[in-house]
Design a binder for this molecule. Structure first.
Ligand SMILES: Nc1ncnc2c1ncn2[C@@H]1O[C@H](COP(=O)(O)OP(=O)(O)OP(=O)(O)O)[C@@H](O)[C@H]1O
Ligand SMILES: [Mg+2]
Length: 325
């Protein structure tokens, strides 16, 4: 396919100013997601998943210094003025975060909140936007949407609130949906329903989806491509089938080998002995070497391994691709 990706990120680096000095949260990250595609970002807590997406879309904290290039629908987001970037984001990107209450206003009805996005970004009248809100709440599976449109968020369950947030995210007909652990706070049954809902909407609407998760079962179930992050870098990326069938980085191998039951979604990342590196004090070489079961010689500690192509679109950052011991 020659069509332009919906979102592409090139050499993205994010350094955060902290009281203890600069923290390099994201380092030299490249990925892209196309129309109708699902791209999954996985990795341990603190590996830079959320920060890479927030920085790319202009939502990083003020203390962040960001370099690299980000293109949304072919336009360079990094080069445009902040107000134009904000409009691009509102018009083209929907966000769903882990806790639906961070996106919902407790004192506004759910209908008003879904309607507002349509009024603001699609120029609908108030009556049209209300009608559209009923349609969207119906689309995301809120039973008796017309009757419940004037309810407040606290009158909904957690799963229903997350459906409302998805309806809000879809209200401006986004080209891109960013879902950052959208099901982590939900029970397993509701998780599966929300995952199926997004997959179904995506099939119907052709939305590009970036899905951040700790759950390898979800990745296997919904994603086309995956990137595994470690210490702010992508250590392996490619088509999900290739990465899961032949993981080439020792970290990916360890994650997949320790996976309890690939058939069941709802699991957290398996624990791997040792602790992830601090972004305040990253090693000069491979960030994974202190925990790596296959580390070879001194260069792992001192030299950053290059990204090596081990198959079509399948890249890995280790000196020992595929080595098991
Ligand atoms: N506002 C902030 N100020 C300073 N450092 C931050 C801030 N937000 C995140 N960080 C740091 O940036 C690094 C990357 O964090 P990020 O939130 O991207 O991790 P993550 O991969 O999304 O983890 P999780 O799975 O826990 O959500 C971490 O070391 C984190 O402590
Ligand atoms: Mg996160």
């Amino acid at each position: 396919m020659t069509t332009e990706p919906v979102l592409s990120i090139e050499d993205l680096t994010v350094t955060l100013g902290t009281r203890r000095g600069p923290a390099r949260a994201v380092a030299g990250v490249d990925w892209s997601v196309g129309r109708g595609e699902t791209f999954a970002l996985v990795g341990e807590s603190g590996s830079g998943k959320s920060m890479s997406v927030l920085a790319a879309t202009g939502l990083a904290p003020r203390s962040a210094s960001i370099t690299g290039r980000v293109r949304l629908l072919g336009e360079d987001l990094t080069a445009m003025p902040a107000d134009r970037r904000r409009r691009m984001r509102g018009r083209h990107i929907g966000f769903v975060f882990q806790d639906p209450m961070t996106s919902l206003n407790p004192v506004l009805t759910v209908g008003r909140q879904v309607a507002e996005a349509g009024e603001e970004h699609l120029g609908l009248s108030r009556a049209q936007a209300r009608e559209r809100a009923v349609e969207l709440l119906d689309l995301v599976g809120i039973p008796s949407a017309r009757q419940r449109i004037d309810a407040y968020p606290h009158q909904f369950s957690g799963g229903m609130r997350q459906r409302v947030v998805i309806a809000m995210a879809l209200a401006c007909e986004p080209d891109l949906l960013i879902a950052d652990e959208p099901t982590t706070a939900l029970d397993v049954t509701t998780q599966a329903q929300i995952i199926e809902l997004v997959a179904d909407l995506q099939r119907r609407l052709g939305t590009a989806v970036v899905w951040i998760t700790h759950d390898l079962g979800v990745v296997a179930g919904i994603a086309d491509t995956v990137a595994v992050m470690y210490g702010g870098r992508i250590v392996e990326q490619g088509q999900v089938d290739d990465v899961f069938a032949s993981p080439a980085h020792p970290y990916t191998r360890a994650l997949l080998a320790a996976r309890p039951d690939p058939a069941h979604a709802g699991g957290d990342l398996p624990a791997i002995p040792g602790a992830p590196p601090s972004p305040l004090d990253l090693p000069a070489g491979c960030a994974f070497w202190p925990r790596c079961p296959v580390r070879g010689d001194a260069r792992c500690e001192t030299e950053l391994p290059p990204l090596t192509e081990v198959g079509p679109g399948h890249r890995v950052r280790t000196f020992y691709p595929g080595r098991t011991a």
